[in-house]
Design a protein around this ligand. Structure first.
Ligand code: 3H9
Length: 690
């Protein structure tokens, strides 16, 4: 027997163990011996029952994603499950860790499922732009009912063993000794005697389904799909499970799966899955990570408070530092209120709220941070202020403590130089609201020690952030590219577009909102302040700000907002202002198409990404994709700007950039050498870590 699958006999119960680290994915070298083992055991009189278990940290976490897009090697998972369903003796899946995707489908091929209390079960395929392709859409509804199955499959979110038991997905939940308990369960079933009904024949939950209610639920979910094909295909497949005979529904699921797996959206989402894991890796062998047991946060405003919550949510004790007792209490009160809202919405239990609040300590004296292993500064975005803070930290922080700045733009090298320990200094650029947004740019300064980066990357993982290591430049990866994306916004308006047209081109592309809506949400005064600090102007935006139109918070910005509403309404005054400014500047207005809008915003975005890559500010093109998908709402179905450049055609992007450069004379359209090389070779070249 191969080392990936082994069989043992425990007093008449055959135990088949899958051992394919790290997550027991169902690679070909697992499927083949698994199929052979089950074939042998089906007819083996020495085996009265079969338990399928896994070695290592988890039950099967799904199909092997690296095999998608390559020729399929037999036997497929479907064949293994079909074989399992012909076994006349009881079959039991012993589940620990996670049973995900094809892993849960394998378990659904068994007659019974026994799970450890801490286990989680789910069909996350939708997150890879897929649907469960091993019968999950037709078997899961038979156990948990179509409504629950639909919710699980369309969200991709796993459920706990307890919830799975309540939903009849698992038959028993055990606290410990999973394998022994699963064997005991299997033996008991064998003693009790058959017939043992496979899941495919259990139609009770389907018969009682209210199809109209199901369709209403599906329609609600479809509204949230935002151009993604997989959620809709999931819905169609689960509906088939209700309306079609088992085999026909299974065949339809197969067809839908094949279509998705060979499509661009799933390719993009699979790219992101691996990109996220790659981005967090810090090169360097055996880096000795530092221990982080308490974190200090300087500044209890919106950003500092959000960062503090993100850390507490990950179970870390936090000391919040403010300049006065009053500001501290205000910050703590906001945190308390935010947690109370989570409880009232049902996303946090009262017990968890108490636990989290218990992790906070406050102070107004820098000495209060002396016992912290990591101190994150989230004060006003001003170099002199930051340097002052770091100078103070240098005197009180314990040796080896990591000192981080949450700056979004400033030079981390300069900040580090204001201490005597630049090797311990780095940037941790959180995105607002920091307790919600997934992205963390870890900014590597010239002298940052590799183990400091590795420690913070580890911490990011602990608190559920998606981390990307980036180099120092104005705005790092995300905000620098954001400037490039927005460089033509006003020109588009002056030449004939309206804010609503530009925003629509963005939402049609798949962004959650366009740049003007986004500006109104964030507050136009922020960009205004930044422009003034850098001696820059924006003719229309500056005028709006001078008139006090800061966006949603003032009831008007690029759009108008009715009292208490966040719904943008086109504002004729803004349109008149745009026309007047265009006339003043002698710009003839014309019809602007969606293609022009995309070319003049997203092509410069890609182009700036190429520059970032060749400067070594990002180590890999895929790191840039991770930043944009997790921090800025780039549509996941397009895989991030650098992946999308491949779909769009780098040659075309270069050609159109050149066209716009000639037409406008603006350097933003000068194609970067790395983009030209991509157009020639078909691949981005990572510049490596600087
Ligand atoms: C599917 O099942 C389709 C079927 O319905 C139909 C088939 C016909 N394959 O995340 P981690 C790697 S679709 C290959 O850091 P954690 C991962 O890249 C699949 N590799 O660990 C990483 O590699 P490296 C449905 C995989 O403890 C290493 O394992 N299933 C796979 O934080 C560790 O991963 C899913 O979508 C895989 N399936 O989290 C589940 N999974 O070390 C996807 C992981 O070289 N997996 N790797 O960077 C997960 O959600 C998490 O990995 C898991 C563990 C929760 C399991």
């Amino acid at each position: 027997m191969s080392s990936s699958v082994s069989v043992a006999n425990d007093n008449g119960v055959a135990v088949v163990t899958i051992d394919n680290p790290p997550v027991n994915a169902l690679s070909f070298h697992v499927r083949k011996p698994l199929y052979e083992a089950l074939t042998g055991l089906r007819d083996d009189p020495a085996a009265r029952a079969i338990v399928i278990a896994c070695a290592g940290r988890t039950f099967v976490a799904g199909a092997d994603i690296t095999e998608f897009g390559k020729p399929v090697q037999q036997p497929e998972l479907r064949a293994i499950i079909a074989l399992l369903e012909t076994v006349p003796k009881p079959t039991v899946a012993a589940i620990h860790g996670t049973a995900l995707g094809g892993g849960l489908e394998l378990a659904l091929g068994c007659h019974f499922r026994v799970a450890e209390k801490s286990a989680r079960l789910g069909q996350p395929e939708v997150k890879l732009g897929l649907l469960p392709g091993g019968g999950g859409t037709v078997r899961l509804p038979r156990l948990v009912g179509p409504a629950k199955a639909l919710a699980m499959i369309v969200s991709g979110t796993p459920i706990s063993a307890g919830e799975a038991k309540a939903a009849s997905l698992v038959d028993a939940v055990v606290d410990s000794d999973l394998l022994a308990e699963a064997i005991r369960f299997a033996r008991e079933m064998a003693d009790r005697g058959g017939p043992f009904v496979p899941v495919r024949e259990r139609n009770e939950r389907l018969v009682e389904t209210d199809l109209a209610a199901f369709d209403a639920q599906a329609a609600e979910l479809a509204k949230k799909a935002r151009g993604l094909e997989a959620p809709l295909a999931c819905t169609e497949a689960v509906r088939n499970a209700i309306t079609l005979p088992f085999d026909a529904a299974l065949a339809a699921e197969r067809q839908l799966f094949q279509k998705l797996v060979s499509g661009d959206q799933s390719r993009a989402q699979r790219h992101l899955f691996f990109a996220e894991r790659e981005a967090a890796k810090v090169p360097g062998k055996d880096l000795q990570k530092r221990r982080i047991t308490r974190v200090g946060i300087i500044g209890a405003g919106t950003m500092g408070g959000g960062i503090a919550m993100a850390l507490a949510n990950g179970g870390l004790p936090v000391t919040l530092l403010e300049t006065s007792e009053e500001a501290l209490q205000r910050g703590l009160a906001t945190i308390g209120k935010n947690y109370a809202v989570s409880v009232s919405r049902g996303s946090l239990t009262e017990e968890a709220r108490q636990q989290r609040l218990g992790l906070f300590k406050g102070g107004t004296d820098y000495a209060d941070l002396a016992d912290c292993d990591l101190i994150i500064e989230a004060v006003f975005e001003d170099m002199a202020v930051k340097k002052d803070v770091f100078g103070k930290l240098d005197t009180i922080a314990r040796p080896g403590a990591i000192l981080a700045t949450n700056t979004s733009y400033l030079d981390v090298n300069e900040i580090a130089a204001s201490t005597s320990r630049p090797q311990d200094v780095l940037g941790m650029h959180f995105f607002s609201p920091a307790n919600v947004m997934k992205l963390l740019e870890i900014v590597r300064a010239e002298k940052t020690a590799p183990e400091v980066l590795a420690t913070v990357a580890d911490l990011a993982r602990r608190i559920g952030k998606v981390a990307v290591v980036v180099g120092v430049c104005h705005g790092f990866v995300g905000n620098r590219m954001l400037s490039a994306r927005g460089a033509e916004n006003e020109a588009l308006l002056l030449e004939g577009a309206t804010p609503a047209q530009v925003d629509k081109a963005f939402t049609d592309f798949g962004w959650p909102m366009g740049p003007f809506q986004m500006g109104d949400l964030a507050g136009l005064d922020i960009g205004w302040r930044n422009r003034k600090a850098r001696g820059q102007t924006a003719v229309i935006a500056d005028t709006l700000c001078e008139q006090g139109h800061f966006g949603q918070k003032t009831g008007s910005g690029w759009y108008r907002y009715e009292a208490g509403s966040r719904e943008p309404v086109a504002d004729p005054d803004v349109e008149a202002l745009i026309r007047a400014k265009a006339a003043e500047l002698g710009i003839a207005r014309r019809e602007i198409g969606a293609d022009d809008i995309i070319e003049r915003t997203l092509y410069p975005l890609v182009n700036e990404g190429a520059k970032i890559l060749e400067e070594g500010i990002a180590a890999r093109a895929s790191d840039i994709d991770v930043v944009w998908v997790n921090g800025y709402g780039f549509p996941i179905g397009k895989g991030g700007p650098m992946f999308w450049a491949g779909l769009e055609g780098a040659g075309r992007i270069v050609e159109r950039l050149e066209y716009w450069r000639v037409r406008t004379g603006r350097p933003i359209f000068e194609p970067a050498p790395a983009l030209r090389r991509f157009a020639e070779t078909g691949a981005w070249e990572g510049a490596g870590v600087r």
